[in-house]
Design a protein around this ligand. Structure first.
Ligand code: ZN
Length: 169
């Protein structure tokens, strides 16, 4: 099994509410400074005013965009450059958990918008980061890996790993 798929499966263990959804995960080429993102799929539904058409001969069609129940998580392929598998797993799973939390909190429409709006809506608030940290530790516990006490330490460590990858292009 592809490692991204395998690690998504592990992360899903701490997101029981999301189990009914169709979520995929793969490595992708992402913009610099983006570790992960969620792509949302939409389906267009056409609706027609039957009375207007059949009685008045007027065509009144409306198209609504409905979110499809499919979420595609993409992980920056530069994370593949983390050589040690266990270290890579931790960084990738942390990224996956971040994206899964966006799905669970329904931040979707916000994510789909441009960066400026996103910033205004403040989806990466302290509570969000705390929750990512909590789920990450929950997963580590499940996997019998020691939990991390301090969120700042974790952020610092992940930042350090990601920065070190930049030099190795
Ligand atoms: Zn995010």
């Amino acid at each position: 099994m592809d490692e991204a798929v395998k690690w998504l499966k592990e992360c899903m263990e701490v997101f029981p509410l999301l189990k009914k959804h169709n979520i995929t995960c793969k490595y992708s080429k992402l913009p610099k400074n983006v570790l992960g993102r969620v792509k949302i799929c939409y389906v267009e539904e056409k609706d027609i005013d039957t009375r207007a058409l059949l009685i008045e001969g007027r065509r009144r069609v409306s198209i609504t965009r409905k979110r499809d129940d499919e979420y595609k998580i993409e992980i920056s392929e530069k994370l593949k450059k983390v050589k040690e598998p266990e270290l890579r797993r931790q960084v990738v799973e942390h990224t996956i958990i971040h994206e899964l939390l966006h799905i669970e909190e329904n931040d979707f429409d916000v994510i789909a918008e441009d960066y400026k709006t996103r910033k205004k809506k403040k989806i990466h608030v302290k509570a969000f980061k705390e929750e990512v940290f909590r789920r990450f530790n929950q997963l580590r516990e499940l996997c019998k890996v020691p939990v991390i006490e301090n969120r700042d330490d974790l952020d610092l460590a992940i930042n350090k790993i990601v920065t070190s990858l930049e030099d190795k292009t």
